[in-house]
Design a protein around this ligand. Structure first.
Ligand code: PEP
Ligand code: MN
Length: 263
């Protein structure tokens, strides 16, 4: 179902008045996690002003350590919904369990499946049954074929609105958190009709590499980006080291606007 031989035309996914997979280069941005109402509303207004079209923010966080901040849960979803009301930006947020799918689907415009859950087949089938657009991240040790098979699980439930997201894979290189596999972009474009976006924040793990890898993602033919932005990265409850400060996010958007139609 994800293959171009089955469906030769590129799939364009409409979320509100944003189209993903068409001519536009779509920037999704926001904090790693929703930490408070103030933090999220401030970030949402700022990323909107810069040209972001979709707001990101995690309410259910899949943390490596059980002692790390786990997210605000449903309270976080309510804050995301308030930010959408105020800014008009559609919301993408992660769902980490089958039990939470219906609750998250009530609030979110796009359901995110995180790298750690890319092969959680029950979860894939459950988001497939919601009929909501799904942002499917590549697993950190998944091949492109395994990733497309994960998309197949969602589509097999009748939901064809799948956005693929390259977010880096595990390699032997310790200078970056992950190795951003940008070659996946043209390969996906060649074998699938699904839109593909790039997450240079998780892909590199350091804010300094986010802007150059964003340029590279655009040059490689990606349909958009998902970027972590925090009003005060040093105090972020998760992924502060890879989060852009507002001023650097603004510079990135200014640069992208000169080369692609993002506004
Ligand atoms: C995230 O988007 O904050 C996240 C946890 O991403 P990933 O699943 O790619 O690690
Ligand atoms: Mn994160």
């Amino acid at each position: 179902l994800a293959s171009r031989t089955f469906h030769p035309e590129p799939t364009v996914i409409k979320v509100g008045d944003v189209s993903i997979g068409g001519d536009e280069f779509v920037v999704m941005a926001g904090p790693c996690a929703v930490e408070s109402r103030e933090q999220l509303l401030e970030t949402a207004e700022m990323v909107k002003k810069c040209g972001a079209k979709i707001l990101r923010g995690g309410a259910f966080k899949p943390r490596t350590s059980p002692y790390s901040f786990q997210g605000l849960g449903e309270e976080g979803l309510k804050i995301l919904a308030e930010a959408r009301e105020r800014t008009g930006l559609p919301v993408v947020t992660e769902v980490t369990s089958t039990e939470a799918v219906n609750t998250v689907a009530e609030y979110a415009d796009i359901l995110q499946i995180g790298a750690r859950n890319m092969q959680n087949f029950q979860l894939l089938k459950a988001v497939g049954r919601t009929g909501k657009p799904v942002l499917l991240k590549r697993g950190m040790s998944a091949t492109i074929e395994e990733w497309l098979n994960a998309a197949e699980y969602i589509m097999n439930e009748g939901n064809f609105q799948v956005i693929l997201c390259e977010r880096g894979i595990r390699t032997f290189e310790p200078m970056t958190r992950n190795t951003l596999d940008l070659s996946a972009v043209p390969i996906i474009k060649n074998i699938s009709h699904l839109p593909v976006i790039v997450d240079p924040s998780h892909g590199t793990g350091h804010w300094r590499w986010v802007t150059p890898m964003s340029r590279a993602a655009l040059a490689a033919g990606a349909d958009g980006l998902i970027i972590e932005v925090h009003p005060n990265p040093q105090e972020a409850l998760s992924d502060g080291s890879q989060s852009l400060k507002p001023e650097n996010f603004m510079l990135l958007c200014e640069e992208l606007k000169k080369i692609a139609p993002i506004v």
